[in-house]
Ligand binder design. Sequence first.
Ligand SMILES: *Cc1c(COP(=O)(O)O)cnc(C)c1O
Length: 455
Amino acid sequence: MQTHDSPAADDILSIARQRKPVFWLNPDYEASEDGSAQPHEPHKATLRLARQARAMQSLFPELRHTQGRVESALMRVPNLQHVQQSGIRMPGSVDAAAEGASATGTWWVKRDDELPVAGSIKARGGFHEVLALAESLLEKQAHATGQVIAAIDSPQARAVFSQYTVAVGSTGNLGLSIGLIAAALGFKSVVHMSQVAKAWKKDRLRSRGISVVEHAGDYAAAVEAGRRAAALDPSIHFVDDEQSRLLFLGYAAAARELQQQLMANGVVVDAAHPLFVYIPCGVGGAPGGIAYGLKRLFGANVHCFFAQPVASPSMLVQLASGSAAPVSVYDMGLDNRTDADGLAVAQASMLVAPLMKRMLSGVFTVEDDTLFSDIYRCNESEGFRVEPSAAAAFRGPLWLMQTASGRAYLQRHGITDGMAGSNHVLWSTGGSLVPDAEHDRFQARGRLLETAAQD
Ligand SMILES: *Cc1c(COP(=O)(O)O)cnc(C)c1O
């Protein structure tokens, strides 16, 4: 047997420091923690998104076929499951053949890479926050003037919104989400971005009339600049990716959507049929909201894992350090430079990290080369292309099945026998707005890595 069943936090952090992939199991995880004592109410976000579906449909023609709902498909991926399970040995894997690695359940991909309008997981959170802002401005208007404006997509509402600016700091995808809906409702909008953010994202924003302000430094510097500008001007609403409750709740609405899709597919979630969910994590808002929502619905029967780049394991260092104060990947000597631009975040959200302390099962990290290999494998096996960040979770189940610490986790929670009935959701988080030429480059790099690996 391995001697490092559950490597100590210090060991994990020292491996992480060397930019090597690690699988960290959260020692503070409590199966009974379902978030019910927390004040955040995901169903309110679900209701708000439903309430504004008619307006969303009129603002965005691409939402017509879903009657204004912003949803993505849940897709079975038997071919991806097969290629991932048959050809890959994770670092520290134990002899899989001897221990019945076949009882691995069913893999799914949650296709947020195709979420309409915004093309990424940022759609639910971003839309929810701007819709909440729009509703509250109309309420204030009614109080102040007695003029009741019911529809947020009416010319009267637009006249109100045009006096306000919605600002956001972003690595790209949140800017697209917020910028597009704010502009559609008639707000002015400003996106603060790092200079290193992708050029096509800046171009797309500008082509929709959204101002892009570029900042030297990383994502956090862009957020801070936006926050400062908004603090001086009451007509600017700043969407704070590091601290926003409205974003978090919008993301959490994905949990109910997944629950309904599992039911529609006849998938049962109970002690004999555990659900495992693997989600790419940057600042933590999107995956944290989803994990929170899922814990409320499924309690001990859902197990949530986050995936982060080896250069940017922000949630890993925050939780594994056990510190109540913010810890950044720079403190660990890491540089936060990764091709997974949606995940290039040095410091986890301090709204989300404490909420995850007892709910999150673990975090694993992934090298950039692996992301390119996996977007290529995904396209070859299932025929769809995602951006590098979106593939961060595609080896999640392997960590659990192949490593001693993964198996120890399953044993500890009494689910080794239930693995044949288990379901594994890999959350795919972005890609449908990425230009074809960019996808071609990503795929070429993946193909090269995969061919080299076969020699
Ligand atoms: C933002 C983003 C994530 C992670 O969300 P956070 O709230 O930053 O943790 C994952 N994938 C993609 C493509 C993203 O844009």
